[in-house]
Design a protein around this ligand. Structure first.
Ligand code: 5AD
Ligand code: SF4
Length: 457
């Protein structure tokens, strides 16, 4: 009889980097003979991969752990991974005594040893070393999405944005070699993934440790040329290191998607300086002008923080005017949240919570209007989408355009009813809301015409 294997459950909070880290952790556990289960109740080992970018994200893990009080967990082992693990360290054992493993992302390389100690009965195991030059390489990664694969190119962050906890939780920048990245890209395409998304806290500061010494823009071109690849994306770009060569690479490689995420954070020079962002509004707008000068229409999205210490009503008005000026295709906006260890803690001019909430609501309403107008301008156009899902109730396929817009479309009656997941389709946009488009799939003849027109631009 086969020995029943140990089971694990993993829940992920936070950004795409965390989602992908969890995929690598899951791969590491599967390689050790563990089996993944969909519910924590069924698992021998329950892992939470945590985020501490804002206060709310951080609280989530403790509320999860509170659901499994000590003595009521039937011999389960608990592990806290990621940014909260790195930030709180061994203090987590006091706050949640049922936890046996605390490990930050810079120590994931040691996970096999740490798991061995845990399995051998060591009560409290930690991986909290932050000072490493080695990225986390795994033999096997268990990817969640069957169509889009994340691929890490650089870990950590060497910037010093005054509000940000990431340099303290993810450690110094370390790039993977271009050889390994290109090999992984080839394997992913061979395995049938349609889209690859290159990941890093700041992909623009990629430094190839291998003799090829590829810059980020050259790496982008090289991955975009992987035979058989349909789509390539990358995130996140720090404006200071964003170069015209990246725009040139997008222009010359059709597989590179028409989208750049370029977090601005604030529109006022005074706030940008206090945030230690290392660029002015004008310098940022020059990068935007460079992206807009491309032959292809590249969509631009951003991140914004309101209520940073010292942000006055005039400063906030400058963020609103920046929204008008750039007219972003989408924006993620947040109330400033004070984070442990960060330089911004020492700044005066704390903005009251209600005022932060008011500014956020004003900003989000303005952005909603801009997105609605931009999306409505696409009604009538033909868009190519990569199909990612199905909404049965509405008889719609869910896809994403190259510009990263969600487009839900129906298929004309009489067309083949086979699954379209993971394939590309052309659709004409019939309706638009602030966050998504609705359309109908184009019949074959019109589709060829749309493809011809897209190729001509
Ligand atoms: N408070 C609020 N938002 C933050 N972000 C990072 N740190 C903080 C913080 N302390 C936002 C930034 C960043 C995004 C990932 O999260 O906008 O670009
Ligand atoms: Fe944080 Fe700035 Fe690094 Fe982004 S670039 S992770 S905001 S320190």
């Amino acid at each position: 009889m086969q020995r029943a294997s140990k089971t694990f459950y993993i829940e992920t909070f936070g950004c795409q980097m965390n989602v992908h880290d969890s995929e690598k952790v899951a791969g590491t556990l599967l390689a050790r003979g563990y089996r993944q289960v969909p519910r924590p109740e069924e698992a021998d080992l329950v892992l939470y991969n945590t985020c501490s970018i804002r206060d709310k994200a951080e609280q989530k893990v403790f509320s999860r752990l509170g659901q499994f009080k000590k003595g009521q967990n039937g011999g389960k082992m608990f592990g806290v991974l990621g940014c909260v693990a790195q930030q709180e360290g061994a203090r987590i054992f006091e706050r949640a005594p049922q936890v046996g493993l605390v490990c930050g992302s810079a120590s994931y390389r040691k996970l096999p040893q740490l798991l061995a100690q845990l399995e051998a009965g060591s009560g409290r195991v930690t991986g909290l070393e932050l000072d490493t030059d080695e990225p986390f390489e795994t033999e096997f990664t268990r990817r969640d999405n069957p169509f889009r694969a994340y691929l890490t190119i650089i870990e950590g962050c060497d910037k010093h944005c005054a509000y940000c906890v990431v340099p303290f939780t993810r450690g110094r920048e370390r790039s993977r070699s271009s050889r390994q990245i290109l090999e992984e890209a080839r394997r992913l395409v061979d395995a049938g993934y349609s889209e690859i998304q290159l990941l890093g806290q700041n992909v623009n500061s990629y430094r190839d440790p291998s003799p090829a010494r590829l810059t980020f823009a050259r790496l982008l071109r090289a991955v975009a040329e992987t035979p058989g690849i349909r789509r390539l994306r990358f995130t996140t770009s720090h404006p200071r290191d964003f170069t015209a060569e990246i725009v040139a690479a997008i222009d010359s490689h059709p597989t590179l998607c028409d989208h750049v995420h370029l977090p601005v954070q604030a529109g006022s020079d005074r706030v940008l300086a206090r945030m230690q962002r290392e660029y002015t509004r004008e310098q940022y707008l020059e990068k935007i002008a460079c992206i807009r000068s491309a032959r292809r229409a590249i969509s631009i999205t951003t991140d914004l923080i309101v209520g940073f210490p010292g942000e006055t009503e005039e400063d906030f008005a400058e963020t609103l005017s920046l929204l008008e000026e750039v007219r972003y295709d989408a924006a993620f906006s947040f109330k400033y949240s004070p984070r442990p260890n960060t330089p911004a803690l020492a700044l005066d001019g704390v903005v009251p919570e209600e005022e932060k909430a008011r500014r956020l609501a004003v900003l989000q309403e303005k952005q909603r209007q801009i997105q609605l107008e931009k999306n409505q301008a696409l009604v009538g156009s033909a868009q190519e989408v990569l199909v990612e899902g199905r909404q049965e109730a509405l008889q719609q396929w869910v896809g994403r355009t190259s510009q990263n817009r969600v487009l839900n479309f129906t298929v004309p009656r009489g067309s083949a009813g086979h699954s379209r997941l993971g394939t590309c389709a052309w659709a004409r946009v019939t309706r638009a809301g602030p966050n998504s488009l609705v359309g109908e799939m184009l019949p074959a003849g019109q589709r060829q015409e749309a493809e011809r027109l897209a190729g001509a631009t």
